[in-house]
Design a protein around this ligand. Sequence first.
Ligand code: NCC
Length: 330
Amino acid sequence: MADDVTVGFKLYILMVLTVNATAYILLVRYTRSRDGPMYYSTTTVMMTELSKLCLSMLILIKEHSSIRGMIVDVYRNVFCKPSDTFKMCIPSCIYAIQNNLAFFALSNLDAATYQVTYQLKILTTAMFMVLMIGKSISRVQWGSLLLLFFGIALVQLDSANVKQGSHYNYTYGLVAILASCLCSGFAGVYFEKVLKGSDTSLWIRNVQMYLFGIASAFLGVLTKDGANIMENGFFYGYNNYIYLIIGIASIGGLYTSIVVKYTDNIIKGFSTAVSIVASVVCSYFLFDAMFGQYFIMGSGLVMLAIYLYSLPKPAPPKPASPKPAQVQTV
Ligand code: NCC
C-alpha cells in the first residue's frame, strides 16, 4: 500500500472503524446479558489475536504475491530481529488487558454508558502523546479536546437508549472503563511511536504484535478461566454471535493499525467523533430519526472543538532582548 493516500481513503477507513466499533460494543453487550451458557471472554480475546495474525499473514502473502515471500519476510524481520520484535511485547500485553476489560465493563454497564465514558480516551491519548512523543499541545487545543469529549458524549447520550439493559455493577464497570482509557491511550501511542520510528512495515509490526498478543491472551485464559475450561472446553457457550464478535474485533484491530499509520492517534479521536455525528445525521435522512437537543448541542461542541484545535498555535515567546545600556545623565 502506498504511503500517500487520498483524503477519501482516510475518511473511508475512519468510517469503517466507527461503524465497526459500534457494532462490536452492541454485540458484546448483547451476548454478555443473555440467558444461557456464558462463553469465556478470555477465549474470545485469544481467538481474535489468532485471527488478526492469520489475516496479517494473508495480507503479506498478497503483498509478496507468494507464501514463500511472506515466510521469508516474517523470518527475516520477526524471528531474526528478536530485540526489535520484543518492542511489540509491551503494547500487545496492554491491549490484551484492555480487550479483556472491555468484556468486563460491558458485562456491568449498558452499551450507551460504556460508549459515552469511553470517550475519555480522547484525553488520555493526548496526555500520552505529550509524554511519550513530545507532541506540543497548546492550551486552546487542550480546551478543544475537552470540548470534543463533552460534545461526543452528549451526541451518544442522545442517539443511544440509555434506559435499556440492567446495570450489574456500575462502580466496577466505570473503574474498568477508566483503566481501559489509560490502556488504549498508552498502547495506541506506543504502537504509533514504534511504527513511525522505523522502516519496518505495518504488517510485520502487526505480526510481531499479534504473536505476543496470542501469548498474553493465553495467559489471561489460563489465569481467569483455566479451571472452568478444563471442565467445559475452550469453546463452551460459543454460537454464531461469538464468531461474529471475533470477526468484527479482528477487522476493527486491523483498521485501527491502518488509521494510526496514515493519521495519528489524536486525529483518530477527532475523526471517529465526526463520523459518529455523520452516522446520526445519515440515520435522520434514511430512517426518519429525530435530532434531540443533546445531539444538537453535542455536535455543535464537536464542530467548535475541531475549529479550535485547527487554529494556528501562538508563536513561542521571543527570547528577551538585551537591555539598552543606561545613559548616564550628569
Ligand atoms: O479503543 P481502541 O480503538 O483504541 O482499541 C484499539 C484496538 O485495536 C487493536 N489493535 C491496535 C493496534 C494494532 N496494530 N492492532 C490491533 O489489533 C487493539 O487490540 C484494540 O482492540 C476506538 O478508538 O474507539 C477503538 O475502539 C475499539 C473497541 O471499540 C474498544 O476498544 C472497545 O473497548 C475498536 N475495536 C473494535 O471495534 C473491535 C477499534 O476499532 C477502535
